[in-house]
Design a protein around this ligand. Structure first.
Ligand code: LLP
Length: 443
């Protein structure tokens, strides 16, 4: 295993996260369990916040993309670290507000915001809504009018940069449900449309080119395309882009096929963006925009692990060994969705040699319910504690109750001590909203 700073192997040969022994965590809180290292999360938030301030002055804000991991405590941490957040649903907005997060530092995204979500956003006096369709511009305008306010908006534009983890290609055509395309002229039309509305204030543009991207050049090309477009809008419509939101997407380490970037190393991504923004703005004679970035995965992804208990082990001679755990796709659907790769570690035997190639299976009634395929481990036995690394992003937030399994709780580790930030679900939680019509009641 690689010595990740948030993870260590202690003298007992146990894996530790944030100074807490994972075997003890499993004992105290049970498994499956998501555990997060608070120090790592704060360090990541600070790296982005301080780099932006040092290289770009006070003319910008880091937004934590809370779809990566949303619960009340994470909004408190973001607030304490003086950054903003983005939300993509009424539910995320509600959670942030319940945590006391200041509405003016919340940006709302989504490709199909519902009427009531727009209403809720306006009612709380949200900082900004990122509009993604003509109908949304109409709705925001109408709802703002009803309330006698003018709502600040950005337009989500699609710069036609398609980015992959190991390569990037620029697409000439646009095939995405997100954003107004620059290439086919809809971004300009949407600008004209938004400017014609009396109750919205168009403040600039937003783009997000994808997720789990390592190539800085992909982000730089997106900046250039957005600012070329901004220059065109200034020339043609006399519209000044006050704000530019460049989205998130910086890649993290899941396995040794990925790059390992230290928290401080992520500053380079932001620095590359800032350099591109400055150079392009100067070239085009644009004033420097208020700059926003929206990292999600890179803030919480490597900060989190999932702990499981090993149960059944099925050896199929000459074929495969399945090591089944007490979780699965209901707490981590990413293999089922994207064939994502993960690094598992036997937390109670973390320094033992990896002698076997196995696949980690979940407990759902579904063959595709796997967590990791063909990974190396010491010979696992029932009762071992298995840790899966880098599960802090898009695991809890995508968890579900398939097979009526309970979504595991989350603990936050601070200085070696763990506390719940999301309590365990109960069977009562699972049946809370069930209704038996009278005619079906047991007589
Ligand atoms: N901003 C916008 C507008 C986004 O759509 C996203 C992610 C982000 C920021 C944050 O990107 P990040 O820094 O986390 O890469 N469920 C998928 C990931 C979906 C990402 C969607 N948008 C997964 O599990 O990999």
């Amino acid at each position: 295993m690689n010595a990740r700073e948030t993870l260590k192997i202690n003298e007992k040969g146990h894996l530790e996260i944030g100074g807490a022994d994972c075997v003890e965590l499993a004992k105290a809180f049970g498994t499956p369990l998501y555990a997060f290292d608070e120090a790592y999360i704060r360090r990541m938030m600070r790296v982005y916040r301080d780099t932006l301030r040092d290289k770009y002055g006070e003319n910008g804000l880091v937004l934590y993309a809370s779809k990566a991991f949303s619960c009340k405590a994470i909004y408190r941490i973001a607030d304490e670290e003086n950054i903003g957040v983005d939300v993509v649903s009424g539910g995320e907005l509600y959670t942030a507000l319940q945590a006391g997060f200041p509405a003016e530092k919340i940006y709302m995204h989504g490709n199909n915001k519902l009427d009531y979500e727009i209403g809720e956003a306006l009612d709380c006096k949200i900082g900004c809504i990122v509009a993604d369709a003509y109908s949304e511009i109409d709705k925001i305008d109408a709802e703002a009018k009803k309330r006698g306010i003018k709502q600040k908006i950005l337009l989500r534009i699609n710069p036609g940069v398609e980015a992959h983890t190991h390569a990037f290609v620029q697409t000439a055509t646009t095939d995405s449900k997100f954003g107004f395309s620059i290439q086919d002229g809809t971004a300009e039309k949407a600008t004209v449309y938004a400017l014609s509305k009396k109750n919205v204030v168009l403040d600039g543009y937003h783009c997000h080119i994808g997720s789990q991207i390592f190539e800085k050049q992909s982000f730089v090309i997106a900046v250039e395309k957005c600012l070329d477009f901004a220059a065109k809008m200034k020339e043609r419509l006399d519209f000044v882009t006050e704000t530019l939101n460049l989205g998130g997407g910086y890649g993290i380490w899941y396995t040794d096929e990925d790059r390992k970037i230290s928290p401080e190393g992520y500053a380079e991504y932001l620095e590359a963006l800032i350099t591109a923004v400055k150079e392009k703005s100067q070239e085009k004679g644009l004033k420097l925009p208020y700059l926003l970035i929206e990292p999600g995965r890179s803030i919480v992804g490597e900060a989190g692990i999932t702990l499981y208990t090993v149960g059944a082990i099925k050896e199929i001679p000459d074929v495969k060994t399945y090591v089944a755990v007490d979780g699965g796709m209901f707490d981590n659907p990413r293999y089922a969705l994207y064939q994502s790769k993960y690094t598992p570690v036997l937390a109670n035997r973390a320094s033992e040699e990896r002698t076997e190639i196995v696949s980690i299976a979940g407990k759902c009634c579904e063959s595709g319910d796997l967590i990791a395929v063909n990974v190396s481990l010491p010979k696992a036995k029932s009762g071992d504690i298995l840790a899966v690394l880098s599960t802090g992003a898009y695991n809890y937030s995508m968890a579900m109750n398939y097979n009526r399994n309970k979504i595991p709780p989350c603990v936050l580790v601070n200085d070696g001590k763990a506390e719940y930030i999301v309590r365990p679900q109960t069977y009562q939680d699972l049946t809370r909203n069930d209704v038996i019509p009278k005619r079906l009641l047991k007589k």
